[in-house]
Ligand binder design. Structure first.
Ligand SMILES: Cc1cc2nc3c(=O)[nH]c(=O)nc-3n(C[C@H](O)[C@H](O)[C@H](O)COP(=O)(O)O)c2cc1C
Length: 303
């Protein structure tokens, strides 16, 4: 990859919505909106509401389904010329497998981000809340592909690192953290939710400190690369996540505010590294000097 920044699934459509703003291939790889076997119409509107420093959404995994993705959207994504990491969602292990099998061998489909973490549909969380279920899913998909398998985890658990370790041990090549946090917004006059469902998923800067903490916890315990997601808006934000050990990042909600932000972020990233005398992110990765007594041995800084 030419740089570490990808778009977060569901905030970038299938790339085509971004064409008026910047060439979608400016991202180092593309993670499209989740794809399921069947067409999904999603949740009732309103589907999004702004909250302090954040966005509460309840899209409900609306997507065109596998067949239409293959016919209409994948060719558009392929035209951007960068790797595609297809975000997959299903109700059963078999459904995830069907999507992966159908996409194997497609040009530029370099791997899959398995969404085991959507808070807005009941079945989306079934895998993500149980480390053993997550592991079973990854074990079933692993033999189907030599491509990159990323497990996208939910923050709506007590111990996200436990989920990450289960995913790594089952064969995941990378971990993506985090999906949205279950949250709600209420209109007290009407006594109704401000979105079409009772609860939704919170994203944006409001969740960044939580995402940072969870990224640190996951990076301490797994050896595979971690792709950090959650409220990232700037080069400074990216460097914080790299500092706690992330290898890649995804920008999501910020793309709604500033769809053309990427070139500026990349320039600033280079400038900030240069100002510290660094020529690569490797020099910074994992430099966070946390609570040493709590670090596993392999993460302890060399005295
Ligand atoms: C409107 C919207 C739709 C989303 N749809 C998906 C999705 O289809 N699949 C998925 O894995 N994550 C989805 N997400 C979660 C994002 O990919 C990301 O994990 C989350 O928003 C946190 O990052 P952010 O704060 O940078 O937006 C969606 C987020 C938003 C705001």
């Amino acid at each position: 990859m030419s740089h570490p920044v990808l778009p977060a699934s569901g905030t970038f459509g299938y790339g085509e919505e971004f064409e008026p703003f910047l060439p979608p291939g400016t991202f180092s790889a593309i993670v499209p909106k989740s794809i399921s076997v069947e067409v999904r119409s999603g949740n009732p509107p309103p589907r999004a509401v702004e909250t302090p420093a954040g966005l509460l959404n309840s899209i409900g995994l609306q997507n065109p389904g596998l067949d239409q993705f293959l016919d209409s959207y994948l060719p558009i994504l392929q035209s951007y010329g960068v790797p595609i990491l297809v975000n997959v969602v299903g109700r059963t292990i078999e459904e995830y497998c069907t999507v992966v099998e159908a996409l194997e061998g497609q040009p530029l489909v370099e791997g899959y981000e398995l969404n085991v973490s959507c808070p807005n549909v009941k079945e989306g969380l079934r895998f993500g809340l149980d480390p053993q279920a997550t592991a079973s899913l990854i074990r079933a998909i692993r033999p189907l592909t030599d491509g990159v398998l990323m497990a996208k985890l939910t923050p709506n658990v007590t111990d996200i690192a436990e989920q990450a370790v289960a995913a790594e041990e089952a064969g995941a090549d990378a971990i993506s953290v985090i999906n949205t946090l279950r949250a709600m917004a209420v209109d007290w006059r009407t006594g109704k939710s401000r979105i079409g469902t009772e609860t939704g998923g919170l994203s944006g800067p409001a969740i960044r400190p939580i995402a940072l903490r969870m990224t640190m916890e996951v990076c301490r315990l797994v050896n595979v690369p971690v792709c950090a997601i959650g409220g990232i808006c700037s080069a400074q934000d990216i460097l914080e996540f790299i500092s706690v050990g992330a290898s890649l990042v995804q920008v999501g909600t910020h793309l709604y505010r500033e769809p053309t932000c990427l070139p500026g972020i990349l320039d600033e990233l280079r400038e900030l590294l240069a100002s510290e005398g660094m020529d690569s992110l490797e020099a910074l990765r994992g430099n966070f000097d946390g609570d040493r007594d709590r670090l596993p041995d392999r993460q302890r800084p060399v005295p």
